[in-house]
Design a protein around this ligand. Structure first.
Ligand SMILES: Nc1ccn([C@@H]2O[C@H](COP(=O)(O)O)[C@@H](O)[C@H]2O)c(=O)n1
Length: 600
């Protein structure tokens, strides 16, 4: 234990020294940002990645900035805006929870992201909104409502999300988590009206409410909020800018104000994306996990008193110090602000306090979500469902000798696993949900083996697959297809390790705004991308068709499994009463148990 603590402390100090000088060479942006008279820096789906990406497999070094660096960047950009005498806003589109040890590695009795959010409070956000990950667990929403939202002083917007709170007599009251809308005036005197909208999310916890976007725009408060014409509408939301409900909000505003400029900042699908719903609007989505910082600029003064299309620019910045120093014309010596450095130190201390450097073992290769096909040796999904879950669930389990099939949703896995030390933080970046494994006993192997194909069948999984297809088609749209030719016939091609010859790997975006190929701030070669099924399962046991086996699944999938079983057979009507807990082991413990046993 002494060695471990020593290693942990030296890790903190090494980190603080090392980060200013990236260990590998990374390419800088290739041209300055274009500024307008209103400019916006945008984050979304940060999911606790406040220390950025610290691994060396490509393209991780491109996202190696941390929230302290980002804070310094924002401070410099605000000063540049003052020097240029223009406006600048800082906006976030939600999903602060669920993603790394900083948000999810809290000790028993803690609340997800309570500590990591204290660092976000120190950034000068002008507008923020709520994501679905703020709504899976009531305690998280309540923590946002009580502790986080007040810091935004009326600018945390939840136009269609309520929380039910209880007074001392237990009397419930449903209230907006933040404000439904806000109106404010910028430093340069521009009048802005803002809303904060979430997509039609249905997985929220009891005592939280999500109103559909279609119903929201019919509300009297909405009609009144948009009635007065501002200089510009800035609509933010945890809602994808493509293939979702932004047009409903946009059209509701446009009907009343045919010419008012509209800026939209979306999120949720974790991609770089852009749309223009008309010539006087732009909608931007800025990726995920502190990989991407979005930039939008607009010339509003030129849009006054005419019907012309408005000039917008947008850019997807890689989140690293080289990017930040390039755009602020600073150096390693002049870049850091005191507050930025204090945020970095505080995050490192939090990581040490949560014991996030605790090593479970050493991985001898990378396992990826999308850079290797599923199934394959390099696929994280294969490692998880074929090896890690069967191993971890068999520990101290009296049912381990009964044949089973284990089914999970592949999106429960959230990030790649990289070669090298596998720590508590790595475990939580890959699988942070505290979902449990349930089972239904005595399903014949014949029926059990049909469950997975039926779940992945297009009719049964229409809604989920629609989402998945939209996402993967967007990702494919947004990836240069060049690598397909390059890697064809080399299915095991893995994530590249950092060497001088491959340092340009990263995002290659093609979005749906003008100059569609021109929005990435740094030029890259794309990494491989493979799609995988939404549901995956362990190998079926080698037993006869009428052998009774256990169907094991994540609690997240309970209702779907029951309804599929009832479609596949008519001998028994399954209900939740047939479901029991399979193992006390939760999803966020699986990989640590496996690594401890297999990677030491
Ligand atoms: N307890 C949970 C909650 C969610 N999931 C999975 O995460 C997906 C949502 O994440 P986004 O970042 O896309 O909002 C959801 O579709 C589930 O697959 C889970 O497994 N367990």
């Amino acid at each position: 234990a002494g060695d471990h603590l020593h290693a942990r402390d030296s890790h903190v100090h090494e980190y603080l020294d090392r980060r200013e000088y990236p260990q590998v060479s990374i390419a800088p942006p290739y041209r300055p940002l274009v500024w307008g008279d209103l400019n916006v820096i945008h984050t979304t789906d940060t999911h606790g990645w406040l220390l950025g990406h610290q691994k060396l497999s490509w393209a991780e070094p491109y996202y190696s900035g941390d929230l302290g660096d980002f804070s310094s960047f924002v401070t410099h950009m605000k000063q540049i805006a003052i020097d240029k005498d223009v406006d600048i806003l800082l906006i976030d589109s939600g999903d602060l929870h669920d993603g790394t040890g900083l948000s999810d590695g809290y000790p028993p009795g803690g609340v997800d992201a309570h500590e990591s959010n204290k660092f976000l409070e120190r950034l000068p956000y002008d507008l923020m909104t709520i994501g679905n990950h703020e709504l899976y667990v009531y305690a998280d929403t309540y923590d946002m409502y009580t502790n986080f939202v007040p810091h935004l002083a009326g600018r945390y917007l939840t136009s269609n999300v309520n929380i039910t709170i209880f007074d001392s007599d237990g009397k419930p009251e449903s209230v907006p988590v933040g404000n439904r809308y806000t109106k404010f005036t910028t430093r340069k005197g521009r009048r802005i009206t803002s809303l904060g909208v979430i997509f039609n999310f249905t997985g929220n916890d009891v005592n939280t409410t999500v109103q559909t976007v279609e119903d929201m725009v019919k509300e009297q408060w909405f009609v009144e909020a948009i009635a007065e014409e501002p200089d510009v509408f800035v609509l933010i939301g945890h809602m994808p800018v493509s293939y979702d409900s932004w047009p409903t909000v946009f059209n509701a505003v446009r009907t009343v104000h045919p010419l008012t400029p509209i800026l939209i900042f979306g999120g949720h699908t974790h991609i770089r994306d852009c749309r223009q719903y008309d010539g006087r609007s732009m909608a931007l989505e800025s990726g995920r996990y502190m990989e991407t910082i979005g930039w939008m600029s607009v010339d509003l003064d030129a849009a006054k008193d005419n019907h012309d299309n408005i000039t917008f620019t947008r850019r997807y910045l890689d989140q690293n110090r080289v990017t930040y120093e390039y755009h602020t014309q600073t150096s390693n010596q002049t870049f850091d602000t005191d507050d930025g450095q204090s945020i970095t130190r505080g995050l490192q201390e939090l990581a040490a306090r949560f014991d996030l450097f605790y090593p479970y073992g050493t991985a001898h290769q990378d396992y990826t979500m999308t850079q290797n096909p599923y199934p394959s040796n390099g696929s994280l999904l294969s490692l998880f469902i074929d090896e890690a879950v069967p191993y971890a669930l068999a520990i101290n389990n009296t049912r381990a000798s009964i044949p089973n099939i284990i089914i999970i949703n592949s999106w429960a896995l959230r990030f790649d696993l990289f070669k090298g030390s596998f720590t508590k933080n790595d475990q939580l970046t890959i699988m942070q949900y505290k979902d449990s494994f349930l089972y239904i006993a005595n399903v014949t192997s014949r029926v059990a083996n049909q469950v997975l194909p039926a779940l992945n069948n297009p009719t049964a999984t229409k809604r989920k697959r629609d989402e998945a297809d939209v996402l993967s088609s967007k990702i494919n749209d947004n990836q240069d297809s060049a690598w397909l030719g390059e890697t064809d016939g080399r299915p095991g091609v893995g994530r590249r390790e950092a060497t001088s010859s491959n340092w340009t790997f990263g995002y290659v975006t093609r979005d749906s705004c003008p100059d569609a190929d021109d929005a990435d701030d740094t030029m890259h070669t794309p990494l491989p991308y493979y799609t995988s099924p939404y549901y995956i399962g362990s190998s079926p046991p080698n037993v006869t068709a009428d052998t009774p086996i256990d169907v094991v699944f994540l609690n997240y999938l309970g209702k779907e499994i029951i309804s599929i079983l009832n479609r596949l057979q008519k001998d028994k009507n399954y209900t939740m009463n047939d479901v029991s807990l399979y193992s006390p082991t939760l999803t966020d413990e699986i990989l640590g148990l496996y690594a401890q046993a297999m990677w030491n």
